[in-house]
Design a protein around this ligand. Structure first.
Ligand code: KG4
Ligand code: ZN
Length: 335
């Protein structure tokens, strides 16, 4: 047949993932999540690389098997070149290079941040160009003006921590296990978002800063715990709701400014934090009030996954954008 099957690999952080796409249709999205990091309260890079080594071949085998093809039917191999953890990226890049070289097929490098955005083109409804994408994850917080599949401009980003990091680090201060973001979301549902006041940091332009809230929560808890050692357990829901409210407030302020500045009302959100129910509700209300079209991908395609690498690779394949066999990973990589 003339079908163009592309195998895509994602290994930038702590998820090992493989996906097969044919003519723009993602056939599967196999993800092996690494649980080894839980007890350390964060991703340990060296352990992540080792787990990728163990997981990658089984994950690829499952993707190829479930697509009902064999490796010799592949038209190209795609991989995440960056940004990410160097050791983790190296595992995926080396595998992709070896496979492409052995099969004499093209190699396609994908930018992880571009892929988070292009995840919106896996399923319907798809945003129309130009749109503004707010990418919120454990590693990144960016506002991107998306002019075309492969033509994007970062118009604002965090100058320090990512918003997911702020969720996880404040959760840790509350004694919650890693990753704490989903737990803050869960407890916040029962709490009062106005119970405690934390500073809403306003950076110049469309930029963000999320490191201040961590320190504010740290000192606030230290003071409260001095007079009441049970302060956290007695106020967990209110603390979570107040922290979450502050983070969402900072996210939406700059999003509204971006909309105003660029006159674009097609709005997308991407990345793991877009699972946050408070953020979803806030943005949905904002969208209906302001007449925006809001797009949020399925959760499976919000967190790190190879399906998004596959869809990005498909557009690069169509554009004929291939890499040479001596390509190397980039821990930092611009959109
Ligand atoms: O995109 P992702 O899976 O990995 C990165 O590229 O970082 O995002 C993971 C981040 C973590 O910080 C996690 O705590 C956060 O997304 N997260 C959430 C929720 N679900 C995941 N944060 C807040 N509320 C949630 N429901
Ligand atoms: Zn990511």
């Amino acid at each position: 047949t003339n079908d163009n099957f592309i195998l895509a690999i994602e290994s930038s952080c702590d998820e090992t993932s493989a996906s097969v796409i044919v003519d723009g249709k993602v056939l599967n999205n196999i993800v092996a999540t690494q649980s080894v990091h839980e007890k350390y309260g964060g991703v340990v890079p060296e352990l992540a690389s080792r787990a990728h080594q163990e997981n990658l071949i089984p994950v690829v085998q499952e993707a190829v098997l479930s697509a009902g093809i064999s490796l010799d039917q592949l038209s190209a191999v795609a991989f995440t070149r960056g940004p990410g953890l160097m050791g983790s990226l190296l595992v995926g890049v080396s595998f992709a290079k070896a496979l492409a070289f052995a099969r004499k097929i093209p190699l396609i490098e994908v930018n992880h941040m571009q892929a988070h955005i292009l995840a919106h083109f896996i399923d319907d409804p798809k945003p129309n160009f130009p749109f503004i994408c707010l990418t919120v994850s454990g590693g990144h917080t960016q506002l991107v003006l998306v002019k075309d599949y492969l033509d994007m401009e970062v118009i604002g980003e965090t100058q320090d921590d990512a918003v997911g990091e702020a969720f996880d680090k404040t959760a840790k201060l509350l004694g919650l296990p890693y990753p704490g973001g989903p737990l803050i979301d869960k407890y916040a549902k029962e709490g009062n978002p106005k119970a405690f006041k934390f500073p809403v940091t306003r950076m110049p332009g469309l930029n963000y800063s999320f490191s201040g809230i961590k320190t504010a929560v740290l000192y606030f808890l230290r003071d409260q715990l001095q007079s009441n050692p049970k302060f956290i357990e007695e106020n967990l829901a209110d603390l979570c709701a107040s922290i979450q409210w502050t983070l969402i407030e900072m996210l939406q302020i700059k999003l509204k400014e971006a909309v105003k500045q660029y006159g674009v009302t097609e709005i997308a959100i991407a990345g793991g934090v877009s699972a946050n129910s408070g953020l979803r509700t806030t943005l949905q209300e904002l969208a209906s009030k302001k007449g925006w079209n809001l797009y949020i991908p399925k959760f499976e395609y919000c967190t790190d996954n190879a399906g998004m690498i596959a869809i990005a690779a498909y557009y690069k394949y169509l554009a004929g954008e291939f890499s040479s066999y001596d390509v190397t990973p980039l821990a930092k990589m611009k959109i």
